[in-house]
Design a protein around this ligand. Structure first.
Ligand SMILES: CC(C)(COP(=O)(O)OP(=O)(O)OC[C@H]1O[C@@H](n2cnc3c(N)ncnc32)[C@H](O)[C@@H]1OP(=O)(O)O)[C@@H](O)C(=O)NCCC(=O)NCCS
Length: 369
């Protein structure tokens, strides 16, 4: 029987930090408010583009699997912040990787994008059309954040993570055992960036409409339900109980969402991987970054039973059970190196502050409510 299993993993974390204390200097907020309401202490701000981080994380995943870029026959980049709409971030990343034998495309399911991509790539491998797929989540979300809107600006960050998925033929099931992805109709405007595509809302689009806007408490409520219920269904389909789970790797949007969803699922918090304090919500990148760090920290044993769950703009959701293979250490290593720079997080977001300050200081999610 053909399965698709993860043989490599990697991450690219931009060096520039934007802490809660930094945010206190540019908006009315506090470390105390952000920490207790979200669990976030700091986030990373990228100077490089989404595809640069995608290529770095991807290159590390390829090395961890002991492969070379020419072995890859499919690249899927989960992103909602591509360098350009035409071509895709996957196209730029593919050139930077030198992955000359791959088909490549972006998949935008917002924060559920990595799980959507993992499911799609697994099915392409199982279907027999591809054998070696690089699945990447990469985001430069700060481009779509209005740092004059405290209701959204404190939540998001930049970064990338990746896995290499390879075909294996064996009797024993491995890789994704059960999965689902979905979208709740009629919820498009609960979490969106109105002026991020062809849709023109007003004759003279105001700057804040380029930025992410959100009905925070409504998204929160639905997120808990989506993550808990979809996880319950994939667990049941795999024939696992919550006690069978060795580690859960949820999308990192808010530690209170993770706590509420995992409590409902009955998964002990010691089995839930959480790194949101360091990176905030990096959308499509949260799960592959968390998975990579779980491996680096020795939290995943050979043969471990994993559960993934995510939700995001759409509103989309996805969940999956995953049977890990034997190897939990990289075959080879690749050191991710960002271009040398002395800029801090606050330095990098100056252009953003000027853009939103110049065009539309007052319009924020809060003002719109
Ligand atoms: C955004 C979120 C953290 C807000 O937390 P909350 O507990 O729901 O807070 P509320 O929106 O009810 O706001 C409470 C108060 O804090 C204020 N507030 C909002 N952002 C603030 C900030 N950064 N600093 C200080 N105060 C803030 C609000 O203005 C409000 O003030 P008021 O009571 O005087 O009106 C939370 O709703 C959330 O995480 N939602 C989900 C968002 C998400 O996950 N998005 C990505 C999906 S992939």
């Amino acid at each position: 029987m053909r399965y698709a299993t993860i043989t490599g993993w990697g991450k690219a974390i931009p060096p520039a930090i934007l802490s809660n204390a930094d945010l206190e200097t540019i908006m009315e907020t506090s470390d105390e408010w952000i920490s207790t309401r979200t669990g976030i202490k700091e986030r990373r701000i990228a100077e490089v583009e989404t595809s640069d981080m995608a290529a770095m994380a991807g290159r590390q995943a390829i090395a961890a699997a002991g492969k070379s870029p020419e072995d890859v026959d499919l690249i899927v980049v989960a992103t909602c912040s591509p360098d350009t709409l035409l071509p895709s971030a996957a196209a730029w990343a593919q050139t930077k990787l030198g992955a000359t034998n791959a088909a490549a495309f972006d998949l935008n399911a917002a924060c559920s994008g990595f799980l959507y991509s993992l499911i799609v790539a697994t099915n392409m491998i199982k279907g027999g059309t591809h054998k070696c797929a690089l699945v990447i989540g990469s985001e430069k979300l700060h481009s779509f954040v209005n740092f004059r809107d405290r209701t959204t600006a404190v939540l998001f960050g930049d970064g990338a993570g990746a896995v290499l998925l390879e075909a294996v033929d064996q009797d024993e099931p491995t890789g994704l055992l059960s999965s689902e992805m979905g979208l709740e109709v009629g919820t498009e405007e609960l979490l969106w960036a109105p002026q991020s595509g062809t849709k023109t809302y007003t004759d003279e689009a105001i700057a804040s409409e380029r930025a992410i806007q959100m009905g925070g408490s409504e998204v929160f409520r639905r997120a808990v339900t989506m993550m808990a219920e979809s996880s319950e269904r994939v667990l049941a389909e795999a024939g696992w109980t919550s006690e069978d789970v060795d580690i859960m790797i949820p999308h990192q949007a808010n530690v209170r969402i993770i706590d509420a969803a995992t409590r409902r699922l009955g998964i002990d918090e010691s089995k839930v991987f959480v790194n949101i304090a360091s990176y905030g919500n990096t959308s499509g990148a949260t799960i592959p970054i968390a998975l990579t760090e779980a491996l680096e920290e020795g939290r995943i044993e050979p043969g471990a039973k994993l559960v993934f769950a995510a939700f995001g703009a759409g509103l989309t959701w996805a969940a999956a059970t995953f049977q890990w293979g034997d190897r939990v250490t990289p075959i080879d290593t690749y050191d991710v190196e960002f271009p040398a720079s002395s800029l801090t997080g606050i330095d990098i977001i100056q252009a953003n502050l000027e853009y939103f300050g110049r065009n539309d200081v007052a319009a924020t999610s809060e003002a719109a409510e």
